[in-house]
Write a protein that binds this ligand. Structure first.
Ligand code: SAM
Ligand code: SF4
Length: 329
């Protein structure tokens, strides 16, 4: 098991497949992009599958989520999903994507064994999408969502970050749109994980503000604390149900005490927390002949040292070196 000194057990693995992206969301990446990882530094498809196999067969991981950067930019994604879906015990496999390339990949991913998809979309207005992502691809995301539905992926979750003065007036419209299309919407508080290190707490649209805005148009009833479990989203029943909306208060309502995550970066580093400032290199040992048992021991040691919390409320908090796109959100 991947257990830490506070007794938390990590069963949910996030694997970043690339640090590259075809968008430049302002809360994540600078306009000019970043210094991308060199190809030889990236884990190969075989190495990724081996790491997932070790996690699933010997370390108790049950859920595997592929992310990035933009995971649909990884040429071998379908094959990776297929091979992970063939593992015993079979993990649940999901994907977090900006959705742009889903139109041409959703069907193949579903057939390969993808169980679920989260598509990130912050606005219903193409011009605001352009301001937020610096690219004119709103229509591609909408088409990607439709392709995911046509491929039979279910549920389809939509992740939204609200930015003050840009799209923070859209919360109720986004929820109505999600209800109309049977997507499950989840709002995520903006976290200090932007490459520019420009995050300001006072700029952040809080979970409370989001809920107040939603309640101006919808009746929201808490689903109940127990239903949250280790899931970061607090979920609310909308207008009597069955629809739900999630609000992830990563900053103002942290869920660190119930965290069940472990992360693997595209260059083979284990991170025990999104906000960790240390990483544990597994690529080096992997490439110098370590066997599965040795890799598993190193992974366990990396998780054992997980801190109690994100440290966001500590005045001495320092943002991790890598931004969200390189960690794998
Ligand atoms: N490119 C894919 C996407 O956008 O879904 C996957 C990677 S992206 C880093 C994963 C999620 O992190 C997205 O939903 C994105 O909105 C979110 N994200 C990125 N930077 C963030 C930040 N500073 N605070 C909160 N969420 C952030
Ligand atoms: Fe790309 Fe996702 Fe970051 Fe946006 S949030 S720049 S889509 S990695």
């Amino acid at each position: 098991m991947l257990i830490d000194t506070y007794g938390r057990v990590a069963t949910d693995l996030r694997v970043s497949l690339t640090d590259r992206c075809n968008l430049r969301c302002t809360y994540c990446m600078p306009e000019e992009g970043l210094q991308w990882l060199a190809k030889p530094d990236l884990l190969t498809d075989d190495e990724i599958v081996r790491m997932v196999r070790i996690a699933v067969t010997t370390l108790g991981v049950k859920d595997v989520r592929f992310t990035g950067g933009e995971p649909l930019l990884r040429p071998g994604l379908v094959g990776i999903v297929e091979r992970c879906a063939a593992l015993e015990p079979r993990p649940k496999i999901s994907l977090t994507t900006n959705g742009i390339a889903l139109r041409r990949t959703a069907e193949a991913l579903r057939e390969a064994g993808l169980d679920r998809v989260n598509v990130s979309l912050d606005t219903l207005r193409p011009e605001v999408f352009h301001t937020l992502t610096r690219r004119n691809r709103h229509h591609d995301v909408i088409a990607g969502l439709e392709a995911a539905r046509a491929a039979g992926l279910d549920p389809i979750k939509v992740n939204t970050v609200l930015m003050r003065g840009i799209n923070d007036d859209e919360a109720p419209d986004l929820l109505q749109w999600a209800l109309d299309h049977s997507y499950e919407l989840r709002f995520i508080e903006q976290m200090p994980l932007d490459a520019q290190h420009g995050w300001q707490r006072s700029d952040m649209v809080t979970a409370e503000e989001i809920l107040t805005a939603l309640q101006s148009r919808f009746d929201l009833r808490p689903e109940g604390r127990s239903a949250r479990g280790s899931a970061p989203a607090e979920r609310w029943v909308v207008d009597g149900g069955p629809a739900r909306v999630g609000v992830i208060g990563s900053v103002t309502r942290p869920f660190c005490r119930a965290c069940d995550r472990t992360r693997l970066t595209a260059d083979g580093q284990v991170r025990n927390c999104l906000f960790a400032r240390e990483e544990s290199d597994l690529r080096g040992p992997l490439r110098s002949g370590a066997d599965d048992a040795e890799i598993a021991e190193l992974w366990k040691a990396a998780m054992w040292g997980k801190k109690a919390g994100s440290g966001l409320d500590d005045p001495a908090f320092l943002q991790p070196e890598r931004p969200m796109s390189a960690i794998g959100g």
